[in-house]
Write a protein that binds this ligand. Sequence first.
Ligand SMILES: NC(=O)c1ccc[n+]([C@@H]2O[C@H](COP(=O)([O-])OP(=O)(O)OC[C@H]3O[C@@H](n4cnc5c(N)ncnc54)[C@H](O)[C@@H]3O)[C@@H](O)[C@H]2O)c1
Ligand SMILES: N[C@@H](CCO)C(=O)O
Ligand code: NA
Length: 432
Amino acid sequence: MHPVTQPLKVALLGCGVVGSAVARQLTDDAEDLAARVGAPLELIGVAVRDASQPRPESGVTPDLFTTDADSLVTRADLVVELMGGEEPARSLLLRAIEHGAGVVTANKALLGTDGPTLYAAADERGVDLSFEASVAGAIPLLRPLRESLAGDDVQRVMGIVNGTTNFILDKMDRTGAALADVLAEAQQLGYAEADPTADVEGYDAQAKAAILASLAFHTRVATGDVHCEGIMGVTAEDIKDARKIGMVIKLLAICDRTPDGVSARVHPTLVPRSHPLASVHDAFNAVFLDTALAGELMFYGRGAGARPTASAVLGDLVQAARHRIDGGHGPRESAYAELPILPIARTHTSYFIRLEVRDEPGVLARVANSFGAQGISIESMRQGVRRSADGLATLQLVTHPAADAALAATVEGLREVDDVHDVRSVLRVEGL
Ligand SMILES: NC(=O)c1ccc[n+]([C@@H]2O[C@H](COP(=O)([O-])OP(=O)(O)OC[C@H]3O[C@@H](n4cnc5c(N)ncnc54)[C@H](O)[C@@H]3O)[C@@H](O)[C@H]2O)c1
Ligand SMILES: N[C@@H](CCO)C(=O)O
Ligand code: NA
């Protein structure tokens, strides 16, 4: 065991869901943490908006709450940022780094937009900047990418990185319910925020995809570089159709290293029920990596929630604390590859398309021609029963992989075909 040295001063910024759980664990597990670090971790202050509000769940004594985050960060050896949002989190982290503190954050929104600024500051001061909790919560994923796999070449990262939307889609799949009803339940259960926009519009997963792609491919990928479609357009009919063809719909973050550069996207995706991602239920997360040497790797666990997220934060904090004692620091930014970011138009995937067509001779051929004209090959086709009321029938097609631009042109073309009454749904398919 380490000889125990002087306490290390820890400042906590924010005492909400995650902050409270981190503070609680720092108190409850103080002896073990001290033994693992080689010095006690002394909480010297918790920055909050209202210092008079009691927060019994955090176990923090009232005298430690402060509204003066600016001065708190200048007194700490280690700063843990759990306020969220871009400002003042960004300024406070930069100020902490400038004063020589190692910093830990769970703030994907900030890292996705301004990671390089934080990296540069941490690099200049030679301190830790770690953010395991920012992607897939408790799951150790960023440290494996930054350290364990630093000698390998990652080719693909694909996974479920938003718990709220997985809960919603999973519930829709199991019960046949409409999205609006399940969203209300997710809010009642505390999975979705009162304003669930960042989850359901895919922005939360978009920022996480940017972080994952940057680390996986050693190149800068910002949130705005990631193509993003949320789940609001997914209907109970889509889920039912997917089920009929042995698939399930998941919101996936998919980052690919191709010979031409890097692509990163977030969108609702059909995956076969036999695919391991299909059996990720409730609010769980799961991420697959495909690498040159290791082959396939899978990471699974809780991507959200107070205690799971605190687990990742504390792991980072212990590591940064060890560096304060033993010297050194965690990995710097690795963005040497400087790869081009490919637009979504150049992505290749399979597609599921649902059309409403006139059920008459020759229609199938004309539909197939629209695909053929763009060089897209059809993998399977399924026709529903003709409705006597309007003489229309539903056609469900799955294509072989095709360029996004070619598919978009095909859909345009289909809308011009007289026999095609409506293009009801276009969804990407992975894992075939
Ligand atoms: N909740 C999760 O499951 C989860 C999982 C992974 C990552 N995260 C990330 O962790 C961070 C914190 O999330 P949370 O769920 O605990 O949020 P939260 O809203 O519960 O807590 C944030 C706290 O910070 C406080 N705060 C905000 N601005 C402040 C300021 N200027 N000064 C002082 N206090 C301020 C808020 O009042 C609030 O109490 C976010 O970056 C979030 O994205 C959360
Ligand atoms: N809102 C996020 C929290 C974890 O980042 C989710 O649902 O996964
Ligand atoms: Na994680």
